[in-house]
Design a protein around this ligand. Structure first.
Ligand SMILES: Nc1ncnc2c1ncn2[C@@H]1O[C@H](COP(=O)(O)OP(=O)(O)OP(=O)(O)O)[C@@H](O)[C@H]1O
Length: 247
């Protein structure tokens, strides 16, 4: 076993014209660890996750994945290396099943009558069944359109898709924001499952309760810089709020 982090963001900067969105930010993520990213509006959270996941390219610093320096020109390139981001809109096709959503844009094909290319529905159904079982998440009808599902179930489908494609680093943007309390609990439990599977999770949240329920560490950004980093077991809400607002 090596001690190197799964993801190692070192001294990363990002400017948009005259605006410094990130200024020398570092963040480490280990396998089987949940790191929360907190900070006030405009602190740089979205810019940081987009820089990790290939939407933006850093102007300075470097990103290492399992020790190797990586530069992703696109989100697809980051995905190819096991970095998956789940945005708040979840990017699901509401009229399609879980299986079809898992393979959205990467549909598996098979041949009917030995020559006619058709969608491999069997493979899609099997992937849906196995992936949701792996997440210990049960829906009554696997073939129902995901538009019928609750917010927590939809979050599970988006996570399932990332898991199916072998995400090692999962980045989640406000995964519990739009959910009621029971559904928030389900998502927290899903994150715990992913952690137990040895994946690394970074999540943005404004909800300190959720952060304290699920994270190992919290990284606080303020105006594009690292305001502080704490182990959850060694901090409290007051201290985090002070780091967020400064002064
Ligand atoms: N594409 C862009 N072009 C210009 N400026 C940008 C762009 N994206 C972000 N910024 C600026 O960079 C800074 C950091 O923004 P960012 O969206 O990363 O913050 P955030 O912490 O995610 O905020 P929020 O919680 O409001 O989503 C802000 O000053 C913002 O206006």
């Amino acid at each position: 076993m090596s001690n190197q982090p799964l993801l190692d963001v070192r001294d990363v900067s990002k400017h948009f014209g005259g605006v410094t969105a990130l200024n020398g930010v570092s963040l480490q993520l280990n396998a089987g660890e949940v790191v929360a990213l907190a900070g006030d509006n405009g602190a740089g959270k979205s810019t940081l996750i987009k820089t990790i996941s290939g939407v933006y390219q850093a102007d300075g610093g470097e990103i290492r994945l399992k020790g190797e320096v990586v530069k992703f020109a696109t989100p697809e390139a980051a995905r190819g290396h096991g970095i998956e981001t789940i945005y708040q809109d979840l990017a699901l096709a509401d009229n399609l099943s879980i299986g079809a959503n898992i393979f959205l844009g990467r549909e598996p094909m098979t041949k009917a009558f030995g020559f006619l290319p058709v969608l491999d529905r069997k493979k899609m159904a099997k992937a849906a069944q196995e992936t949701m079982a792996q997440l210990d998440f049960h829906v009554t009808r696997l073939d129902a359109p995901v538009g019928n599902f609750s917010g927590g179930q939809r979050q599970a489908v988006a996570i399932g898709r990332a898991v199916y494609w072998n995400a090692q680093v999962l980045i989640m943007d406000e995964p519990t924001a739009a959910l009621g309390v029971p559904e928030q609990r389900k998502v927290v439990s899903l994150i715990q499952t992913l952690k137990a599977q040895g994946r690394g999770i970074i999540f943005i949240s404004h909800n300190l309760q959720d952060i304290f329920a699920v994270s190992d560490r919290i990284v606080v950004l303020r105006r594009g810089t690292l305001a502080g980093e704490r182990k959850i077991a060694e901090t409290n809400h007051d201290e985090i709020v002070k780091l967020m607002v400064g002064g």
